[in-house]
Design a binder for this molecule. Structure first.
Ligand code: SF4
Ligand code: SF4
Length: 56
């Protein structure tokens, strides 16, 4: 299991610093999660202002 960031992302960057395994990085049009690295902790979802990260 991993989280993924949907198109609601406004690229604020808040989630990147919260990820304990550095799975989040800035993509072309939104931030993206490396699903092989994500440990499904949910920290990114907790800080996102628009609810973009969700479990897959
Ligand atoms: Fe990182 Fe946790 Fe979000 Fe996965 S769920 S991207 S491990 S903060
Ligand atoms: Fe995008 Fe939410 Fe992460 Fe901000 S916190 S970069 S809006 S996913």
């Amino acid at each position: 299991m991993a989280y993924a960031i949907n198109d609601e992302c406004i690229s604020c960057g808040a989630c990147e610093a919260e990820c304990p395994v550095s799975a989040i990085s800035a993509g072309d049009s939104k931030y993206v999660i490396d699903d092989a690295t994500c440990i499904d902790c949910g920290a990114c979802a907790g800080v996102c202002p628009v609810g973009a990260p969700n479990p897959q």
